[in-house]
Structure formats: C-alpha cells, structure tokens
Write a protein that binds this ligand. Structure first.
Ligand code: SRM
Ligand code: SF4
Length: 572
C-alpha cells in the first residue's frame, strides 16, 4: 500500500537530471570550462554543476543593458557561498573571508539568512585561488548550493545554556556526514588526482546516488523558546527538548519551505509539521532516511514542485511518516510539548555560560562593508585580530561576537565604540527585526530591489512607527526581490515580495514566533501605496492592540487578513 502511494509523479525528467547523470558525479567539463580563456563565463550545463560546488555564475545587472548595447558579453562574475554549519567562524576564518572579499570579491561580504558568508563579484580566473584559500582556512563551499543537503542551521544564541554547544555539535555532524562523497570538488578546486576507472555507484554516493536529490534540501535545529532559524521553514527541522537542563532529544518536523511562483497556485510556501520525537543519538539516522525518501519519491520532472514539502503534501504526512519509520525500523515517540516566543535576535551584550560574553551586532541586510559614514568591515576586522572567541552568524543576517572573556571585553567594547558598531538599539524595533535578500544587482532571479531598498523604505516607515508610539514594538518585516523567499518572506509579519521594479505584493499576518504564514493583502503596489497602507494599519494597531499582542496576530484577530492555517490554503 505504502509502496504504491509513494510512486513519484510521471513525466520526463527535467534537464537538470540529465546534467547530473551525465556529470560523472558533479565533474562535467567544469575543469576545462574554468581554463577556457575566451569567455569569463562557463556553459549552462557546467553552471548547473557549479552550484554543487557552492557557486553561481551571475552578471552585474546594473551593467546588463549597457553591455548589451555595446554588444559585449555580460559582466560575468561568480557568487561563492561557504558551508558553515551553525554559522560559527573563528577569528582567523573571519579574517580569511575579509581578505578574500578585498582580493577577489567586490570588497564586501554578505551574511546570509542561512548563517554563512557569501562573496560576490569573483572573476572566473580567481575562483580556484578563492576556494583554495577558504580550504586552507578549514572551511569549504561543498554543497552550499545544488540538489543536496545544504548548510545545516543551528540556533545562534550561545548565552542560553551549554545545551547550545551540544546542539551545535549535532548541526556540524549532520552537515559533515550528509555531504556528497564524490571527490569532484577536491579534484576541480584542490588539485587532487582524479579517481581512475568507473567507480561503483554505491561506493561513490551511498546515500544520494548518481542523480543526487530532486531539489535542494534544508535542515535546521532550534532550541525553544528561540526560533531564530525559523525551524518550520526547513525541509527537516529539529526542535530541541530540554528537561532539567539536559537535552533529552528532538521533536522532528518535516515538509517546510518558502519558495513559490507568482500566479502559480501549484506552488506555495509551507510550514513543516511535527511528526514525533527522537533521542539525540537518532538524529543522523532520521536525517539520512528522510533524505532518501525525498531522493526516491520527490518530483524529478517539474522542478517547481520538486521540494520535499510537495512530496509530503502529495503523499500525505502520515504516509511519509510511515515510510520513514519503515526505513528506520523503529517508531518515533510521541512529540513533546514546546513553545517558541520569537524568531528574532537579542541584541547587544549578553552574559552567557562560564562567564563568557556575547555581543549581538545588528547588520542591516547582512551586508558587511565599509560605508561612507560607517566602517563596519574595518571595525569587525580589527575585532577579529584580537578576538579569541568566535563569530556566530545568525539566521537573521546578523553576527554575534561570541565567547568573549571578561578580560577581553573591555578591548572589544572599545573597538565597538571606536568604529561605532551598532547593536541597533537606537533604531526602531521594526528595523532590528528586518531582513532582506540580496536581490539586485547580483541575483539573476530578482524582479525588484530588496537589500538595497528596504533600509530607505524603513526610514519612512519609522516615521509612522514614531507617530504612533511604536518605536519599541517588535514587528518582523521582510522583503525579497522575488517569490523564492530567500529572506523567508512569508514568515514576516509584514512582508514585501518583488513583482516588478518598484512594485511589491504585500503580505500580513505571520506569527512573531514563526509558526504561521502571512497572507496576501495588496498586490503590485509601490512605495506611496505601501506607506499609505501602513499609516492606517499601524495607527489602528497602536490604538486597538491588546497588551502584548503582536502585529501579525492583531491583523488576523481584527479581520484585516485571514489566518493561513496551512500552506495549501495560502492562495485561497
Ligand atoms: Fe535563496 C535561489 C540567495 C536563502 C529560497 N537564493 C537563490 C539564488 C542562488 C538565485 C539563483 O538561483 O540564481 C540567490 C543568490 C543571490 C545572490 O546574488 O547572492 C539566493 N538564498 C539566497 C541568500 C544569499 C539570501 C540572503 O540574502 O541571505 C540566502 C543564502 C542561504 C545560504 O546561506 O544557504 C538564501 N533561499 C534562502 C532561503 C531561506 C532559508 O533557506 O532559510 C530560502 C527559502 C527557504 C526554502 O528554501 O524554501 C531560499 N533561493 C530560494 C529559492 C526557492 C526554492 C524553492 O523551493 O522554490 C531559489 C530559486 C531556486 O532554487 O530555484 C533560491
Ligand atoms: Fe534572488 Fe529572489 Fe532569492 Fe531574493 S528571493 S535572493 S530576488 S532568488
């Protein structure tokens, strides 16, 4: 019965499946393409494979039209994403990324919504040097993109308890053990000799097989009450259960994801559902078996419907759970109670365990750069030179200068002050709870601005916030340049999704703790309409909200938007 139900949808495999199978385990002709001197780009097929190595070919979209007019090849450049489980980087690793951004990138770093570094603007000729330098610094870019398990996220607030360290170790182990086994990366980028002959399939990729997954796969671990990683947006989420200060295990949640396509109801954001509980020693087994279910039954024909969330919704939660238990050979225990409170960060200095201090810095849009009046990149570089703890990249695109000893705190505080590095406390709580994806000029899929525009939009929203006495009111606001949802758009209590240059769909009503999606409120509106809408909504919120009520809950309670109870009714 289960077998029958679990049949993958019919239809010819997508072209990406052909590229994967012909690639000899992600090698393709990448090595040759990189050496090809006539173009600064690479072929489409190789670009597909490049993603598995953590990189995308892009072009500078600010220059696209001009170059087209001049009949020049697009201004090709590469984006490179590091695999950094749980977002933890040593000071040396920070300095490596900083130095590479100056040497081979566009002089900035992007802290991503999945707790890692991205560099933009790398020329083809500099890719090997960049990856080799990252490798020497004990990081890599393997599987940072592509149809595989991605960077494993982990709650980034080390002050909570020693359990954080235990949970972080799990995220590292999952990330490492779920990596593809092919040596393609080492051969192409690190000069390892090619394996001779045709290796046995099972030997090369015992879990993924030669086709890898139908689509990307994402895992994250949260510790209630903090849901900074938006655990329900993950394909597979683990919710740590702590009793008497001991980690007793994890609730397991499956089938989340944010991506959709405007106007296509067969695509939708979805939140994962909790299917049971397991002890910590079972974590890897669960991840592995869940991935193999998606490997075997995910849609390989239509990439828009290939994520695990669609597999789960198509087959039914119970069927997938049954199949998982069959593959495990044992049953999940009943899920344990848990309660999340927020999905944001806690800014400023916080005292953690063993007398260590942590400073959560606010990084608007996750962009580390030296701005005219704010030398953020230099300030962090100077801190990295003296810091002996670590940097923790948060899922909200911020960074925590973590594990600072009491002796070092004075020195680091002075540097924070010298460079004016901000914990965001002089901004509105709305800005502190904002996120924007990269979008223009590098993202090839962007329909509108996000990272470059949200700060100025917030300048104007802050005026409305102030008029209504809401400066310290925590409201999550997120913007993406397209519906793919890289800033986990529909989990923002206020969300803007790019439709066209200067035009956005506006969504409202997500839960502050990341447990409910937002709903469409207005379509295709520009700045004036956005501000006019918010003027009315925020004034009403200030007057009518209950004590402690969050904006997302308010707009649902008073009927401004309907609550989204499941991703499958997101578009209703
Ligand atoms: Fe994303 C594609 C940037 C987190 C959903 N994402 C892209 C690409 C690679 C564009 C492309 O395919 O050509 C973007 C590169 C832009 C650039 O110039 O750098 C891009 N995604 C990002 C980052 C850098 C946004 C950021 O500002 O931080 C995030 C990097 C995460 C990382 O470190 O691994 C990023 N992307 C996400 C998230 C959030 C998350 O994972 O928590 C999502 C929503 C969750 C999910 O996956 O469902 C997300 N990105 C997508 C999608 C839609 C996938 C889908 O299911 O439909 C695409 C498009 C695709 O895969 O076809 C995409
Ligand atoms: Fe690009 Fe869209 Fe992702 Fe933004 S949400 S980075 S525009 S793919």
């Amino acid at each position: 019965m289960v077998k029958q139900l679990l049949k993958a949808p019919d239809g010819p495999p997508s072209d990406v499946e052909r590229i994967k199978i012909e690639s000899n385990y992600l090698r393709g002709t990448l090595k040759e393409s990189l050496l090809e001197p006539l173009s600064s780009g690479i072929s489409d097929d190789d670009n597909r494979l490049m993603k598995f190595h953590g990189s995308y070919l892009q072009d500078d979209r600010d220059l696209r039209n001009e170059r087209q007019k001049q009949k020049l090849e697009p201004a090709y450049q590469f984006m490179l994403r590091v695999r950094l489980p749980g977002g933890v980087a040593s000071p040396d690793q920070w300095l490596t990324m900083d130095e590479l951004a100056q040497r081979n990138g566009n002089g900035t770093l992007k802290l991503t919504t999945r707790q890692t570094f991205q560099m933009h603007g790398i020329l083809k000729w500099n890719m090997r040097d960049t990856i080799q330098t990252i490798h020497k610094s004990l990081m890599d870019t393997i599987a940072a993109c592509g149809d595989v398990n991605r960077n494993v996220m982990c709650i980034s607030n080390p002050y909570q308890s020693e359990i954080h360290e235990e949970v972080y170790e799990w995220s590292k182990r999952l990330s490492n053990d779920l990596l593809p086994r092919t040596r393609a990366y080492h051969e192409i980028w690190l000069d390892e000799e090619m394996v001779a002959g045709t290796p046995d399939v099972d030997e090369v990729e015992p879990m993924y097989g030669p086709l890898y997954l139908p689509r990307k796969f994402k895992i994250g671990i949260a510790i209630p009450p903090q849901n900074d990683i938006d655990v329900f947006s993950q394909d597979l989420g683990f919710i740590a259960i702590v009793e008497n200060d001991k980690l007793i295990g994890f609730n397991v949640a499956i089938g989340g994801g944010m991506g959709m396509t405007h106007g296509d109801k067969a695509t939708y954001p979805q939140l994962s559902k909790v299917i049971g509980f397991c002890t910590p020693d079972k974590l890897y087994e669960i991840a592995e078996k869940t991935i193999t279910i998606q490997r075997d039954y995910g849609n390989r024909s239509e990439r828009k419907n290939a994520r695990f969330k669609y597999t789960v919704d198509r087959l039914g939660l119970e069927v997938v759970k049954e199949e998982l238990e069959k593959r495990l050979g044992w049953k999940l225990a009943e899920a344990k109670p848990f309660k999340f409170e927020s999905n944001g960060d806690r800014y400023g200095w916080v005292n953690g365990v063993r007398g260590k201090w942590h400073f959560n810095l606010f990084v608007e849009g996750g962009r580390i750069a030296d701005f005219d009046d704010y030398k953020l990149m230099t300030g962090l570089r100077e801190i990295a030179k003296v810091h002996d703890g670590e940097f923790r990249l948060t899922a909200n695109q911020n960074v925590i200068i973590a594990n600072v000893s009491t002796q070092k705190k004075k020195q680091i505080s002075e540097l924070i002050e010298q460079y004016g590095l901000t914990d965001g406390k002089h901004y509105s709580a709305l800005r502190r709870n904002s996120m924007a994806c990269v979008a223009l000029p590098t993202c090839g899929l962007a329909m509108a601005e996000a990272e470059r525009y949200l700060p100025t939009l917030i300048d104007k929203i802050e005026e409305i916030v102030d008029e209504n006495g809401l400066r310290e009111e925590e409201i999550t606001i997120r913007m993406t340049g397209c519906p793919n949802g890289c800033a986990r758009h529909t989990l923002g209590e206020i969300a803007f999704i790019g439709k066209a240059p200067g035009k956005y769909n506006m969504y409202l009503g997500a839960a502050f703790d990341g447990s409910r999606l937002s709903k469409i409120y207005r379509e295709n509106i520009g700045e004036q309409e956005i501000l006019a809408e918010l003027r009315v909504l925020l004034a009403r919120f200030a007057k009518e909200k209950y004590d402690g009520e969050h904006f997302g809950d308010f707009v649902v309670r008073v009927g401004i938007v309907e609550a989204v109870t499941d991703g499958t009714n997101f578009h209703d």
